[in-house]
Structures are given as structure tokens and as C-alpha cells.
Ligand binder design. Structure first.
Ligand SMILES: [Zn+2]
Length: 126
């Protein structure tokens, strides 16, 4: 269900290859929102952060291209991301129990350099 865009970030100061928008890492409560539904259907109406520059991106009406969005983007959950990273690490041989989200996206998602300095949902002041 997660969009796999395989295209470069539309923000001109970034331009890095987004292989996975990590939409499944948005908090479950946010996944009920229409913005999230638009995103996974690859239609305009919902933005998510670029995993590298954290700029807001959304799908264009062609259902393919990512464009710069003026919406407030959905953000990933630190708790979900850390769980996913430690799951991945624990299945390695030998297990790597100190795997961080940054290492996980670099290894499994092939997005080296993503999530550095990422502001997770939990980091934002309400
Ligand atoms: Zn970017």
C-alpha cells in the first residue's frame, strides 16, 4: 500500500532520490486522515515530508509525479521508526540491536543520508 515513488525530491535544494516516502511510518492516528488517504492513493490532497530535506511533497494530478506542496506535511513517528529499525536489526545475522532509523533506511530502503536531523511527530511542540 505504501507509495514507492522512485523519483527525486522536487525541492530544488534537495533533489535526492526518494525510493520510499515512508508513509507507513506516519502515526496510526494520522493514517485515518483524508490527507493520508490521498497520499497513498497517489492523488493530490495530502503531503508528507521528504525523508531527506523534510520539505512537503505531494502527488500531482497525474498520479505519478511528486511536486512541492504548500500543505503542512504528515510526519513520521519516532516510536514506529525505532521499532521498525530494531526489528530489522534483530533479524540480521548476527543481530544488530543498536540499529537506528538512519541506518535502517540506508540499508533496507537504500536511502543513505535520509532522516538525519529528522523532526519526528513526537519532537514537535503541540
Ligand atoms: Zn527533499
Amino acid at each position: 500500500m505504501a507509495p514507492w515513488p522512485y523519483q527525486s525530491c522536487p525541492h530544488s535544494d534537495c533533489g535526492r532520490m526518494i525510493r520510499d516516502l515512508l508513509a507507513e511510518m506516519v502515526p496510526n492516528s494520522d493514517q485515518a486522515m483524508p490527507e493520508f488517504q490521498a497520499l497513498i492513493r497517489q492523488t493530490p490532497g495530502g503531503a508528507v515530508t521528504c525523508p531527506y530535506c523534510q520539505g512537503a511533497v505531494e502527488y500531482d494530478s497525474d498520479g505519478q509525479s511528486l511536486i512541492v506542496s504548500s500543505r503542512a506535511p504528515l510526519r513520521c513517528s519516532r516510536i514506529k521508526m525505532e521499532l521498525r529499525a530494531s526489528d530489522y536489526g534483530s533479524q540480521k545475522n548476527p543481530p544488530d540491536l543498536s540499529m537506528t532509523p538512519e541506518q535502517w533506511v540506508a540499508e533496507e530502503k537504500l536511502m543513505s543520508g535520509a532522516l538525519h536531523g529528522y523532526v519526528y511527530v513526537e519532537d514537535r511542540t503541540p
